[in-house]
Design a protein around this ligand. Sequence first.
Ligand code: COA
Length: 383
Amino acid sequence: MSTTPQETEIKKGLAGVVVDYTAISKVNPDSNSLLYRGYPVQELAAAKSFEEVAYLLWNGELPTPEQLEEFQARERAGRALDPVLKTVIDALPVGSHPMDVCRTAASVLGARHPQAEDSSPEANLSKAIDLWAAMPAVVAYDQRRRHGQDAVEPRDDLGYSANFLWMTFGEEADPAVVDAFNVSMILYAEHSFNASTFTARVITSTLADLHSAVTGAIGALKGPLHGGANEAVMHTFEELGIDPSESAEDAAARAKTWMEEALAAKKKIMGFGHRVYKHGDSRVPTMKAALDAMIEHYGRPELLGLYNGLEQAMDEAKSIKPNLDYPAGPTYHLMGFDTPTFTPLFVASRIVGWTAHVMEQAGANSLIRPLSAYNGVEERHLG
Ligand code: COA
């Protein structure tokens, strides 16, 4: 917090500012807890599918079996890659950042949506489900085209997570991998007024449409201080060097040394620290358990060595704890996603949270327009 010459209080980065109510999720940094519509996120991750959690976030209650069946059918019907969108993606350089591809896709799908100009609650929910159902095909196809592979048609006999993995890799994933991916989707889905969600709410507050809000939110998520951190975490691991034949102990020792040197050089290490959680991120234990399962599944203890070495050295030096992106990065790496795809996976999940906030904002709207304190040159005149 700083003050202007006129003693106006400035809350840089809006730190500590409460700007509105939300009934969607509750982040409690004191107890390191996160509730979605009242349910602890770790309970949801242990027992529910991402589809059920999406339904909960949008509707406020978990679905009955009949509601779930109808909802799943709706999602499955919207999975195919829109041919016009495919043409647009194909026109983008193969080297385009996948987040730019996602952002473009959200915009194209908005312009092509039959209810593009309808922002009624019913149209917004419908658009949210359509966008959520459509994004995995975009993310999967973009990774495949980077590897010179064709798009894979969706399967409507698979759940959201299994189908996402199917469309990306063209083979059915092991149930353990599907479970870990499902957990990551649930944990990434919603987190109150973070930068991208707030962006979506600002855009919605002007009465712009839902796809505009999501397109802007994707732009905000791209930065390494926000969603881009899961990709940046993997760059740290890559810089360290990943050698599957290395022992976990040797990997941990190298990682500790790397971290000590990086901190001595005053580097900011992605995947650590959080604006709200100062004693640890509520989502990390659940995601770390999913990472442990994947390390076991793929037989890669050296990755755990790197993970533990970095975490311990950071804790000893600065007591800064990992955030969700830290265990998520190596988990996605083990599953076979290439590093630039990590943040788009976050997009695919967070579409749910963003659009829940779009609907909440639209339902009790007030234009979001803060003030600024001028500190430029004094008034002057041309002549
Ligand atoms: N690596 C090294 N030092 C870190 C750090 C990190 N990841 N995160 C915070 N710090 C240090 C800062 O350098 C600062 O030290 P100082 O007081 O000596 O200057 C102190 O901790 C406070 O950090 P600050 O950046 O002011 O906290 P913040 O609340 O504004 O920032 C983040 C929160 C998330 C932006 C910050 O922790 C960060 O940049 N983390 C890395 C990016 C990341 O993982 N983002 C995903 C978030 S879910």
